[in-house]
Design a protein around this ligand. Structure first.
Ligand code: SF4
Ligand code: ZN
Ligand code: ZN
Length: 330
């Protein structure tokens, strides 16, 4: 059996781009050091930050929750987790169970939102009614709800579990389609806009998919192995994923190099000229007078649901905070 290049114990992983073997302890340290380095290099967090971690139930958000929980003392973080139940059959049920177990294991307060309770339809039902692709509706709803919770919570940042493989694919797709303004949003962080939008951070920016899987697995944090049934294996993203993996195989470390260079150039990219404003119905970030969530819900309900959703989110956040206070007092 291969031995750890640092301490000589049995190795659990070989890091190709560093040409070294690592044992369990040194592997965990290796991943956490990557997260630490990204926090420092990209100024993701400051000491004492209140962070809302978005958890889907998959390996990346499990790894993210675990890593931030283990680093929380060092950075004095106040962590909250958010899980959104999308109503995608058994996949959503399993995701909810895994997210609940992970948050419980790490003693991180979990806020759960159910799309059907909030909007009256599950994500697939909404997509059917709107005649739009499921993933585009899902993305819109998730972005809106995550931001709504983060604003109500007064969070300093929303942590997302995107790994280096995902980000390399999205960036390449933006390059191919020349949607260069979107590249700006794929960097390690986006900024806060006072009262209407909380900035997003990506602590796994330089962590590969395989690395986050092994990290979560070795630390025993629950996650599901299932993939959402709506993933389209014929999509450009999936094709790029396979192709970029082939390049990475021949040039280990290529994706990280690409992402680091991109992060340096992000400020130079063209920006879409739009006025940052707050939606006239719900008050959250919008590029036009009415935000896309309010527009979308008005189309199916006859009225924008943003204000109702925000007040429900406010109640849930308050409940979660008072549970926190009473458990701290007890
Ligand atoms: Fe949502 Fe599509 Fe992702 Fe499934 S694959 S979780 S529907 S964005
Ligand atoms: Zn070792
Ligand atoms: Zn709105």
């Amino acid at each position: 059996m291969a031995k750890c290049s640092i301490c000589g114990r049995d190795a659990v992983a070989y890091i190709r781009y560093q040409r070294r073997y690592l044992c369990r302890e040194h592997y965990i340290e290796f991943v956490e050091n990557k997260v630490r380095r990204s926090i420092k290099r990209y100024k993701l967090l400051s000491k004492g930050s209140k962070v809302l971690v978005s958890v889907s139930g998959g390996k990346d958000s499990a790894a993210l929750l675990m890593a931030l929980s283990r680093l929380s003392k060092e950075y004095q973080l106040k962590l909250y987790a958010l899980h959104i139940n999308l109503g995608i059959g058994e996949y959503s049920e399993k995701s909810l169970r895994a997210s609940t177990e992970a948050a419980k294991m790490l003693r991180i307060p979990l806020i759960i939102l159910n799309v059907k309770d909030l909007i009256g339809y599950t994500i697939p039902e909404l997509a059917r009614r709107l005649r739009r692709p499921v993933c585009s509706v899902c993305g819109l709803v998730k972005r809106y709800l995550i931001n709504a919770v983060a604003v109500e919570l007064g969070a300093d940042a929303v942590a997302l579990g995107h790994n280096a493989d995902d980000l390399a694919v999205y960036s390449m797709k933006s390059f191919i389609t020349q949607d260069l303004e979107y590249l700006d949003k794929l960097g390690p962080k986006t900024e806060n806009i006072q009262g209407i939008a909380v900035g997003r951070i990506r602590p796994l920016y330089e962590v590969y998919e395989k690395e986050s899987f092994l990290y979560a697995f070795l630390l025993g944090v629950p996650f599901i192995h299932d993939e959402c049934p709506h993933v389209n294996h014929e999509s450009l993203e999936q094709i790029l994923k396979v192709k970029l993996n082939e390049v990475e195989e021949k040039k280990p470390g290529m994706k990280i190099m690409m992402l680091r260079n991109m992060a340096k150039r992000i400020r130079d990219l063209p920006r879409r000229e739009y006025r940052v404003q707050s939606c006239r119905y719900c008050g959250l970030l919008s590029s036009t007078e009415v935000c896309s969530f309010c527009r979308m819900t008005a189309r199916i309900h006859g009225e924008p649901l943003g204000p109702i959703v925000r007040s429900r989110v406010r109640e849930l956040v308050k409940e979660s905070e008072s549970r926190q206070l009473s458990s701290a007092a007890g």
